[in-house]
Design a protein around this ligand. Structure first.
Ligand code: M6R
Length: 366
């Protein structure tokens, strides 16, 4: 039931703090400051034998994998490749018993992701899945799994499954780091502290809903959008654009900000809103320079910025402020205003938010 909400998607956006609390619960042993993932079904010795992880997924789950690659490489120092489920088996992939395949799938029934698992199985890789639907095929065929604990997701546009699958990968990265000895006890304690703050940070981010709705009012009649991000927030630019196109039918592209000048800048004029994720992190100066370039071409710049950054208000036409969050976990907070923006724009255009045309919740055909 939707209760006080107009759409399931809106309800599911608001459920994210609770969903993340459920995802963390039981996986963090706060007494010993350790991550526990028994369903992964692997020993520390087996983890030390691995030399790469290949993440396979489709759509939003693929973007989640792009974020997770940063966690696993940074925290556990293990190489990660991220592949589309629909492409993987056509690439004659190089993998063996020292590879773990990480299939990310909300439904656990996406046929392309299942086909990638099949391919990996034949080549003797270890199979892990991150799934929301308990008992689904991707969970049953895996050697080990991590549940998203998002609860049922009804809206076709994925929201709470996206953020919980990112949190699962953060926990996985810490779990692998424990076995591989790549983090000190202090670093592990800090990482656990950081992830525990997420429900509160997302709760605070949701308080900006009225401001996002007002922005949607100013933007909903435009027909082309560009989303820019860098580093760990590049996948969030992709996800923001996907959300908008899925439910509002507006053309939107996500781009790594540095690539703008290699092509898409030709598109920018006064009819194109450009949403730039420009937080106060190491990439801030670079993002400011992209914003200046977009503005010089007449683009309408919307900056997603860190609370307290008044400088950016002089550079952008609109600013959405999010609470300061540790860099690695910032995607989880940053995606929330982009979900809300897509939601409000779609609602203003009178689109069927929960059941967009031509889309199914679970894609079970190739
Ligand atoms: O159930 P899955 O996570 O395997 O689904 C993958 C994609 O079909 C899915 O994320 C799709 O892109 C969503 N509609 C995005 O909102």
């Amino acid at each position: 039931v939707k209760g006080e909400y107009k759409h399931f998607m809106q309800k599911e956006i608001y459920e994210q703090p609770r969903a993340i609390t459920d995802t963390i619960r039981g996986r963090v042993d706060f007494d010993n400051m350790q991550i526990v993932l028994p369903e992964l079904n692997i020993t520390a010795e087996q983890i030390r034998q691995l030399d790469q992880i290949v993440t396979v997924a489709c759509g939003t789950s693929y973007y989640s994998g792009l974020v997770g690659k940063f966690f696993i490489e940074k925290l556990a120092r293990l190489r990660v490749e991220v592949a589309y489920g629909s492409e993987y088996r056509y690439s004659d992939p190089i993998l063996d018993e020292r590879t773990a395949i990480l299939a990310i799938t909300q439904s656990g029934e996406t046929v392309d992701t299942l086909a990638a698992i099949e391919e990996a199985r034949e080549k003797h890789a270890t199979i892990w899945s991150i799934v929301n639907a308990i008992g689904s095929q991707a969970m049953r065929v895996a050697d080990g799994y991590i549940a998203m604990h998002a609860g049922p997701e009804i809206g076709v546009a994925s929201t709470k499954a996206f953020v919980t699958s990112i949190v699962d990968q953060y926990l996985l990265a810490l779990y692998l780091a424990q076995a591989r000895g790549t983090l000190s006890q202090d670093q592990l304690r800090q990482a656990i502290h950081d992830v525990s703050r997420l429900p509160d940070l997302i709760g605070r981010t949701l308080e900006m809903d009225a401001a996002v709705q007002e922005l949607a009012q100013a933007l909903y009649q435009y027909t082309d959008f560009l989303y820019l991000g860098r580093g760990i927030n590049y996948p969030i630019a992709l996800e923001g654009a996907l959300k908008l196109k899925e439910i509002s039918y507006i053309h939107a592209e996500g781009y790594p900000a540095g690539e703008m000048k290699h092509g898409p800048i030709a598109l920018i004029d006064e009819s194109m809103p450009v949403l730039a994720i420009a937080l106060k992190d190491d990439l801030y100066e670079k993002m400011i320079s992209q914003i200046e370039q977009a503005q010089a071409r007449g683009g309408i710049v919307i900056a997603l910025a860190t609370q307290g950054d008044s400088f950016i208000a002089q550079k952008a036409d609109h600013v959405l402020y999010v609470p300061e969050t540790p860099y690695l976990l910032s995607p989880v907070v940053n995606v929330v205003p982009l979900q809300l923006l897509a939601y409000h724009i779609a609602a203003l255009r009178g689109a069927d938010v929960d059941q967009p045309r031509n889309l199914a919740k679970s894609v079970t055909v190739e």
